[in-house]
Design a protein around this ligand. Structure first.
Ligand code: GN1
Ligand code: MG
Length: 370
């Protein structure tokens, strides 16, 4: 667990090329992997910054990760400039280099650190509140895919291979069960039964991909709604968290966004009765996404979107459960059964979706025809 004192965090912030003297450093955001801090300075009217400690147990190739981030940001800025957009600095993240001109600072003892400019006047939502916000989110991720469509994927390191490959995730789960390092398998037998029953149905996107029906595009791969910044009027400002930008199928990005948007409760809600589907938000996100992506999506990709919707909460449940069985080594947890509670919450969402399968499918069809 992270236990640096604020004074040492200030020391790391001081490695970067910031304007002014540091006034304060505070924890920021709700990510499960990296540690993020907001750094404010005494420069009047000056910028504030986000300092992040990269989780190098997960992102073992920090050099590759940061090279990817720079390639993606440079491409996004160039494409926005080509389109004649104003205010590009507020529409993409901007890295702040170290005093030595490097993209990150770090080593095995002190950890690995990077810095971005904080986009003032923006906010992210862990739970979506209005259809306007959901629509903006859909536009944001649709545009993101569109802007990256002409980036040569071979320039990017595949930073976490097989990230959304269900077969890989199921293999990890089976290995965790076989090892049963913490003796937790016994208490999760019911959940495992539910997962194995659905495994084959959930392979549809993989099957479509292996038949060559789905193009690999550069996708975001972590399209939780809180990875979009909206402005004060809930218009799209910027897509954040570029750590997992890699080749993938659009159904993965669509499904992961819907997973967080359609849920009327938090990702880790313990009271399962609170987990239901907010259908108007599903419709709004879908319309926003299709409005941005309809020019480039193929018919098969459109057909794949609904399968992504079931797959992503299912796969997230599998990932949380695997980590629970392994003794909570991957995700940050706030209490001992946190990963199990998260698992139940994700699988409840899948069950709700199964109940509303026809309704969701018809909304998708309507949005595409609109
Ligand atoms: C992690 O970093 P964060 O919290 O945005 C995870 C995602 C999961 C998400 C679940 C690199 O994302 O894949 O969907 O938690 N990122 C990684 O909330 O594993
Ligand atoms: Mg992330």
């Amino acid at each position: 667990m992270f236990d640096f004192k604020n004074s040492s965090i200030e020391r790391f912030a001081g490695r970067f090329n910031i304007e002014g003297n540091i006034l304060s450093v505070e924890r920021f955001g709700s990510g499960h992997i990296n540690d993020t801090f907001c750094v404010r300075t005494d420069k009047v009217g000056g910028k504030s910054y986000l300092l992040q400690r990269i989780n190098n147990h997960i992102f073992t190739d920090v050099e590759g990760l940061m090279a990817n981030t720079e390639i993606v940001l440079t491409h996004l800025k160039q494409r926005l400039a080509d389109l004649g957009e104003a205010d590009i600095e507020r529409k993409t993240l901007t890295l702040v280099p170290t005093h030595r001109g490097e993209l990150y600072y770090g080593n095995t003892e002190e950890g690995y650190w990077r810095m971005f400019i904080l986009l003032e006047g923006t906010r992210s939502y862990d739970i979506v509140e209005t259809p306007a916000q959901a629509y903006s989110g859909g536009q944001a991720f649709g545009n993101f895919q569109k802007l990256l469509a002409d980036l040569d994927a071979s320039r990017l390191v595949e930073i976490l291979p097989h990230f959304h490959d269900l077969d890989f995730r199921m293999r990890n789960l089976r290995e965790a069960i076989d090892a049963d390092g913490c003796g937790r398998v016994k208490e999760v037998e019911d959940v495992l039964g539910y997962i194995f029953e659905r495994e084959e149905d959930m392979r549809t996107v993989l099957v479509m991909g292996s038949r060559g029906e789905l193009p690999l595009r550069i996708t975001h791969n972590d399209t939780k709604f809180n990875n979009v910044l909206l402005d004060q009027d809930d218009r799209v400002q910027c897509v954040i968290d570029l750590d997992t930008v890699m080749p993938g199928y659009v159904a993965y990005d669509f499904g992961d966004a819907i997973r967080t948007i359609i849920n009327s409760a938090a990702e880790d809600e313990a009271d399962l009765s609170k987990i239901g589907l907010n259908i108007p938000l599903f419709r709004a996100y879908t319309e926003g996404y299709i409005s941005a992506a309809k020019d480039f999506l193929t018919d098969s990709e459109i057909d794949s979107l609904i399968h992504g919707v079931y797959l992503l909460p299912f796969m997230q449940g599998v990932r949380f459960l695997t980590d629970y069985i392994n003794g909570d080594k991957y995700y940050k947890t706030n209490y001992p059964t946190h990963n199990l509670v998260r698992t139940h919450a994700q699988l409840k969402l899948v069950r709700e979706m199964e109940l509303h399968r026809q309704h969701l499918t018809s909304i998708l069809k309507e949005s595409i025809c609109a």
